[in-house]
Design a binder for this molecule. Sequence first.
Ligand code: HEC
Ligand code: HEC
Length: 219
Amino acid sequence: MRYWQVGLSLAMALWCTSALPDVASGKAAFEGQGCTGCHYTEGPAREKTIEDQLAKAGPELWYAGSKFNRPWLEAWLTDPKPIRLLKYNSLDEKNAGGHPTLVGADATAVTDFLMSLTTDAVTAGVIKPKSHPKGKLIFKKKMPCSGCHQYEDRKKVSGGLSGPSLVGAGARLNPDWIYAYLSNPTVFKPVRMMPVFAGLMSPKDMEFVSAYVASFKGE
Ligand code: HEC
Ligand code: HEC
């Protein structure tokens, strides 16, 4: 090899290590920062007993890479604001906030790690975010979604408190995950589960409402 070739391959190697997702050090940071104390990173949910599930104080993260949009996840880890208005798995206690915070390189590496946790229960490319009148009708009238979820419509926040807030859901959630969650809930099932709509809603209506939720802006 000539000098310039050595130089080029060195530059390539450096470029590759800086551009590649750092899954291994993200996993190490996840464990080192005590995240495993409150979150499972292995699934599926249905293989766990209720006791297993209640042993962790936070939601399962084994499908995080299929659920979240990466920019939202990285930003949230550095400045976590409450998503659920009530404490996770509780029906009456308020969510007091105070989620552990990550800084700088740890936040990026942990994001790399969490984004590597995907599931084939989510089919990519099915749902396009859309504020469609049909989706809105299902969300607000035909189905009880708005009774349990806060959402923003024409700059006004309304809706129920028992489910996670969906204000800004478009920035947070992968549209295809929303559809998979509605149509195949047992894969993702947490203890305090939302009602099962599979069988109650047509797949087409699920597509409409998923596209509608995925269009939510705000925060
Ligand atoms: C003491 C328990 C606890 C620890 C430790 C903890 N979390 Fe959490 N985590 C929670 C709870 C509770 C929630 C739900 C928060 C909400 O809804 O506002 C949550 C939510 C999350 C979410 C969003 C999940 C979702 O489905 O909405 C992510 C991502 C997350 N945590 C990552 C982490 C990482 C990374 C660490 C380590 C730095 C960590 N957590 C440490 C309890 C914990
Ligand atoms: C009886 C209350 C209830 C109703 C009705 C309801 N949900 Fe939920 N929803 C929940 C609960 C509880 C969760 C999950 C709890 C958790 O992860 O902490 C949830 C989770 C979700 C999530 C995932 C949010 C996240 O960040 O993890 C979406 C999206 C969602 N619901 C959309 C809908 C849609 C669309 C409808 C109507 C077809 C609906 N929900 C009806 C209570 C409800």
